[in-house]
Write a new protein. Structure first.
Length: 189
């Protein structure tokens, strides 16, 4: 499997990574020449995801469909806080997860609904699992992060090396250790 992957990568004129840490990992694992592996950061449509004049509501928004989302930790953290929360996810993201009374779940929201939820949220939380979690994208959380930032919302996000290309801890987002319930609770508060 690894030989097939390496052969496929060698046949490419270039490989594009969404974060510098992905590029470094790929360079280490494949031995490809550095000029063949490039980084191009992800972006979002900031004309669609832009702050609006909608009155801010009093809820925390957690969002994301990637299988590496960690809604179990988020639910435990938010259950300890006196805040209302809305979670936008897919059913598979919430399998086996206990939803506390202060959390409303919205499954498969449209982009317009999601944009409106971002606009009214007090803050956005993007909980992800550790980087070695076997499912989900290696840049899990980046799209939601960029959408929330484009909407000018404070963001709490779980630590992932790939996010370091996109945020400065304490400036553009608050980064908490992955799967850290107390850290997430304190950052939300």
């Amino acid at each position: 499997r690894q030989r097939l992957l390496n052969a496929s990568l060698r046949a490419c004129a270039a490989v594009i990574c969404l974060a510098e840490s992905n590029r470094e990992t790929l360079l280490d694992k494949t031995g490809l020449p550095p000029d063949r592996i490039r980084t191009a950061q992800l972006g979002v449509d900031d004309s669609f995801f832009s702050p609006n004049d909608v009155k801010e509501d009093d809820y925390v928004l957690a969002v994301g469909f990637d299988p590496a989302r960690d809604y179990a930790t988020f639910m435990k953290a938010i259950a300890e806080l006196p805040y209302r929360a809305i979670v936008v996810a897919r059913p598979r993201n919430l399998e086996g997860v206990s939803v506390p009374e202060n959390v409303e779940v919205r499954l498969d929201a449209s982009f317009v609904e999601l944009r409106d939820l971002y606009g009214r949220a007090r803050c956005v939380v993007i909980p992800t699992r550790h980087e070695d979690f076997p499912f989900g994208g290696d840049t899990s959380g980046v799209t939601s992060l960029l959408e929330a930032m484009a909407m000018a919302k404070p963001v709490v996000i779980s630590e992932r090396r790939t996010l370091r290309d996109y945020v400065v801890d304490g400036e553009s987002a608050m980064i908490v250790p992955a799967e850290d319930q107390a850290g997430m609770r304190d950052a939300i508060a």
